[in-house]
Design a protein around this ligand. Structure first.
Ligand SMILES: [Zn+2]
Length: 457
């Protein structure tokens, strides 16, 4: 209360004061539409150039009318929109990119240059605005990559025309998109004849998502939409088997040379189909029985939808929920034992921005300190050597974790973020750590809850 009263008094005494960031009135700055800025990120390991592709006026704005400025500091990039006349920040959002992931690969380290397409979306401005894109590297150093002053009346802005064949269908409609999280599910590698299968997959995955906390408790904060966008052929590309398909979004296994990694590089096509729906987040289900998926914070998540003879029945559902955790709440991978394609993804001694990973530089300032009981030591002991020695085929990983003294407690367990030393996760098990049916740990749940509230208020 102490903070609020002087602020209110000041506003009452002098209504000409520039609005504080907490008091941005949506209707003063924005129309109920979306501005989408498409751009290219080009570069190599240590060098980035951003070039503008195009600006598009999309119908409707699905996001919040009140939470316009991002307070989380999640993601490797930021988009900041300022009123050009006053310099007032009026919208900001963090996001990550396939480009910044690629920058940690051997290819980028060799000095090869590559280009990736990406988009940012924000409510359509009424007056001239400044658009700033910046990157925050793993050492928490921020660089401005791009700045553009744009008059919303300029003829350079294309107007998006909705496409009848891609009309969105509601799976779950809880209310006005401004006050709900709008999740859009798109099909990849489903032919026209397989749309019934896609609809049944939407139903299956939505039920799985809402079987986990905190999604179950907050189901009424979600709208779920899907678009029946059929592919010419069934399945997706798998370069390892020299198998190529004609599909709607061009998804492929072996993204960034990692067999199980499937992440879209045809950003523009996906955005154009998605623009027909109100959405905050996009999940793509791809019609394949081979284990795989991928996700980047505030971009897309993908997951496979059928099982082969090797997989266990719940794996596709696990992948869907795990990848959604990355996309939605910026959760980091808590595992450390699987092969990845990155080098120094979390540089030594640098605190990750992900809400569920830490280097534990100072236990008193631990970001999830409020969830740790006083008698839980930090770091929290567990038999990592014993765990690492379990045979890979073992079905006893969960039993082993359950036998540990600090099972069920929040602490700091070493081994996370693709590194067996120096990075810590909040609990022994979590859906971000293993193919677990344990669900999200309390720290991940907290981050998800914050995101749900941010988008639905
Ligand atoms: Zn977790």
């Amino acid at each position: 209360m102490k903070k609020i009263i002087p602020c209110l008094l000041a506003l009452l005494l002098n209504s000409n004061l520039p609005a504080s960031p907490d008091f941005i009135r949506f209707e003063d700055y924005f129309t109920d539409e979306t501005m989408r800025v498409d751009f290219y990120q080009t570069g190599t390991k240590n060098r980035t150039i951003i070039s503008l592709d195009k600006i598009i006026r999309e119908p409707g704005w699905a996001g919040s009318l009140t939470n316009l400025l991002d307070t989380t500091n999640f993601g490797e990039h930021r988009v900041l929109i300022m009123d050009a006349q006053t310099g007032q920040p009026i919208y900001s959002r963090g996001f990550s990119s396939i480009y910044s992931e690629w920058q940690t690969t051997d290819e980028a380290a060799k000095g090869i240059y590559r280009t990736f397409h990406a988009s940012v979306r924000f409510p359509f401005p009424k007056k001239t605005v400044v658009i700033i894109l910046s990157s925050v590297n793993r050492k928490n150093e921020s660089t401005e990559d791009f700045r553009l002053i744009i008059d919303p009346k300029t003829e350079l802005i294309r107007r998006f025309v909705s496409m009848k064949k891609f009309q969105p269908k509601p799976y779950l409609k809880s209310g006005n998109p401004h006050q709900k999280v709008d999740l859009l599910i798109l099909p990849e590698g489903y032919t026209k004849k397989e749309m019934r299968q896609f609809r049944s997959d939407v139903d299956r995955y939505a039920k799985v998502l809402f079987s986990f906390q905190p999604f179950s408790a907050m189901k009424d904060r979600f709208n779920i939409w899907y678009i029946e966008a059929p592919s010419e052929q069934s399945g997706i590309d798998n370069p390892a088997l020299n198998c190529y398909m004609n599909t709607q979004f061009g998804l492929s296994y072996s993204t960034l040379n990692l067999d199980r990694y499937v992440f879209p590089t045809e950003n523009e096509i996906i955005r154009d189909v998605a623009a027909n729906a109100p959405y905050d987040f996009i999940c793509i289900l791809f019609n394949s029985p081979k284990y795989g998926g991928g996700s980047i914070f505030n971009q897309f998540s993908t997951s496979y939808s059928r099982i082969d003879s090797i997989g266990e029945a719940w794996w596709p559902e696990y992948v869907f929920v795990h990848e959604f955790g990355h996309l939605f709440a910026g959760l980091g991978d808590e595992y450390y034992s699987s092969i990845v394609t990155y080098n120094d993804f979390y540089p030594h001694g640098i605190e990750p921005w992900e809400p569920n990973l830490t280097i534990l530089a100072n236990p008193e300032k631990l970001k999830w300190r409020n969830l740790v009981e006083n008698d839980t030591p930090l770091p929290t002991p567990w038999d990592k050597v014993g765990y690492d020695q379990l045979p890979k085929s073992s079905k006893d990983f969960t039993l082993f974790l359950r036998s540990q003294k600090y099972w069920g407690k929040v602490g700091c367990f070493e081994g996370a973020g693709y590194s067996s030393i120096g990075i810590y996760r909040p609990t022994l098990d979590c859906i971000m750590f293993s193919k677990s049916i344990e669900g999200f740990c309390p720290v991940c749940q907290n981050a998800i809850l914050q995101t749900i509230r941010f988008y639905s208020e």
